[in-house]
Design a protein around this ligand. Structure first.
Ligand SMILES: Cc1cc2nc3c(=O)[nH]c(=O)nc-3n(C[C@H](O)[C@H](O)[C@H](O)COP(=O)(O)OP(=O)(O)OC[C@H]3O[C@@H](n4cnc5c(N)ncnc54)[C@H](O)[C@@H]3O)c2cc1C
Ligand code: HEM
Length: 521
């Protein structure tokens, strides 16, 4: 039954002729006249009802017995392997299809769609190729579904985008693509789009798609760093340690993530710490071209680097540069309820004048005896305090003053800093399950296995505190339940995962270094 449905879908989504026409159309996209676009849109709209119903029939059919859900990961992996050589062409083809088949969707995307910014496509291939941690993936997809509301994404758009994805893959795979691959991709669709849509629908019941926020404070702390205070126009819920996405008036539709640097306040204001990156669109707009009275748009808060409030363990925080922001939010929050847990905060910068929030931290530490702050400078041999790279300073303190094993650890900063720090913590036998982190940079917002969940370990589902190992688990047995079978039953299994190593750029990282490197690349 599923084979028949998949074959129907294959005929529909083959896109071989269409693809060529569309590639040509994409080349002249900018100069296409309005009449032609209207005609395309009309044809598309007429064809769409049929396609949508066929896609959903096929998705329902994948609930049937013909396709063993345990084979889905292998089928997806095989289908990627067919196109690995021409991956860039698949990406261009995918966007060409989306924008020419559905021109109205172009307005949702940023003006520049360069290779680094094809976040949607990269996320899709990563998710379907790496759903090794069903728990982490489900949370990520729910966040993503909520976040997509701000782009104006509606349920019907999912079928459109998915169809273009499969069309692009099939076009480049040619005759080697099989009907079973179709069925596997439809199972993936049910899981991914289903989770996102469900979360978006639930979120829409109690929260806006986005918030407008007025800038009520803009303080330039260094030539590169500004501390902004925002007043959202409606109650804004978040947990200390989370981040939000933000769009400036200067660059509509260009969204970036920033950590919220404060615990929730009665007046609903939010503080952000922003550092410019060279030629950065949003960071330079926020630091150099934003004034009190301007407005920005905010997406909902996301992220899992939040304080474990039920733990009794002492806390080690390691923050580099503006990586201080989420850590400060957690420490501010602890100031409301903590009395017993000792918190040691290492705060690093290259030069002491970049320790832009030290005075505030020291005031807080003066009032709360459980907090001690260790400012660290890496590039000034004359600095009178702690000198060196953060991992080295933390190690020294571990030897002489503290023993880090048994601490809850939070790490935040650039990808290289986070990578080096976590590697060192591992050498110090800190269990990965005790470490939560946020790494800024590279592929903002893209899901990685275990990202920031206290267990940045690719190999296995998050372990209980103190039990994580670096060993890779065995792949699931061929007949073990998978995320896909769980999806077809409408729920995520919490106890199973599956391994899908995909050739080339979508291969799952196997070590923490690979994992973090893949973020930086
Ligand atoms: C979860 C999360 C939380 C974040 N929180 C903060 C925060 O609190 N404060 C903050 O200042 N930033 C934070 N960032 C980084 C932020 O989202 C942007 O990546 C950063 O501001 C650059 O955006 P841009 O538009 O200015 O640069 P882009 O236009 O995106 O990039 C311009 C160039 O700089 C490179 N680049 C992009 N980001 C970085 C980076 N972080 N470091 C070095 N080079 C980069 C790009 O590869 C590109 O070549 C966070 C990122 C994540 C993923
Ligand atoms: C099918 C499942 C989908 C997945 C897994 C997915 C995933 C993603 C991811 C991870 C991002 C980057 C998010 C970020 O940086 O914060 C993204 C961005 C985006 N997505 Fe989706 N998406 C999906 C469907 C859709 C659909 C149906 C639309 C509607 C057209 C859409 C439109 C967008 C837009 C406009 C962006 C912003 C692009 C950018 O900033 O470069 N997505 N998507």
């Amino acid at each position: 039954m599923v084979r028949q449905a998949a074959a129907e879908n294959a005929a529909d989504t083959d896109g071989t002729d269409l693809a060529e026409a569309i590639e040509a159309a994409a080349a002249t996209e900018a100069s296409a006249d309005t009449a032609a676009s209207t005609a395309t849109a009309a044809t598309t709209a007429a064809a769409e009802a049929t396609r949508v119903s066929q896609v959903s029939r096929a998705s329902q059919a994948s609930d049937g017995t013909d396709l063993d859900p345990a084979r889905v990961p292998a089928l997806i992996r095989d289908s990627f392997a067919l196109v690995t050589d021409g991956f860039d062409r698949v990406v261009s083809h995918f966007y060409a299809l989306v924008f020419t088949e559905y021109p109205a969707l172009r307005d949702m995307f940023p003006p520049m769609m360069d290779a680094q910014r094809d976040r949607l496509f990269q996320a899709l291939v990563r998710i379907v190729g790496q759903a090794e941690h069903p728990d982490g993936l489900a949370d990520y997809l729910r966040d993503l579904g909520r976040e997509h509301r701000k782009f104006g994404v509606r349920p019907e758009h999912y079928d459109m985008v998915w169809r273009c994805l499969i069309s692009a893959l099939k076009h480049h795979a040619g005759s080697t693509w099989t009907a079973e691959m179709d069925a596997a991709w439809l199972a993936a669709y049910q899981l991914i789009a289903g989770t996102m849509m469900e979360a978006a629908e639930e979120h829409a019941r109690h929260a806006p798609a986005w918030w407008s926020a007025r800038v009520v404070g803009h303080e330039r702390r260094t030539p590169d760093i500004a501390v902004l205070t925002l007043q959202p126009d409606a109650p804004y819920k978040f947990r200390p340690g989370q981040y939000l996405s933000l769009e400036t008036q200067r660059w509509p539709r260009v969204w970036r993530h920033y950590s919220i640097a404060n615990a929730p306040r009665a007046d609903n204001t939010l503080t952000l710490h922003v550092r410019t990156v060279p030629a950065g669109w949003v960071s330079t707009a926020l630091v150099n071209h934003t004034n009190v009275g301007d407005t920005v748009r905010l997406g909902p808060a996301s992220g899992t680097m939040v304080c474990n409030t039920t733990s009794m363990r002492d806390v080690l925080c390691i923050a580099g540069g503006t990586g201080l922001a989420p850590v400060k939010a957690m420490v501010e929050d602890m100031a409301k309820w903590n009395t017993t847990r000792q918190v040691r905060l290492f705060y690093g910068a290259r030069h002491d004048d970049e320790l832009y929030d030290l005075a505030d931290l020291e005031r807080l530490a003066y009032r709360r005896r459980w907090l001690s702050v260790v400012p660290t400078v890496s590039h000034d041999p004359r600095y009178p305090g702690e000198r060196g790279m953060l991992p080295d300073v933390v190690t020294r303190y571990g030897e002489f003053f503290d023993h880090w094993a048994g601490h809850d650890v939070y790490v935040s900063g650039s990808v290289p800093m986070v990578r080096a720090t976590i590697a060192r913590l591992q050498e110090l036998n800190i269990p990965l399950a005790s470490i939560r982190f946020d790494a800024y940079g590279g592929m903002d917002g893209l899901w990685q296995p275990g990202a920031g969940q206290g267990a940045p370990v690719p190999p296995s589902a998050p372990a209980a505190p103190g039990t994580a190992t670096n060993e890779r688990p065995d792949p699931p047995a061929p007949d073990s339940p998978s995320a896909w079978s769980a999806a077809s039953h409408g729920a995520w299994r919490r106890d199973s995962g599956w391994r899908a190593e995909v050739a080339g750029q979508v291969r799952a990282p196997q070590t923490i270094d690979e994992w973090l490197l893949s973020q930086a690349s």
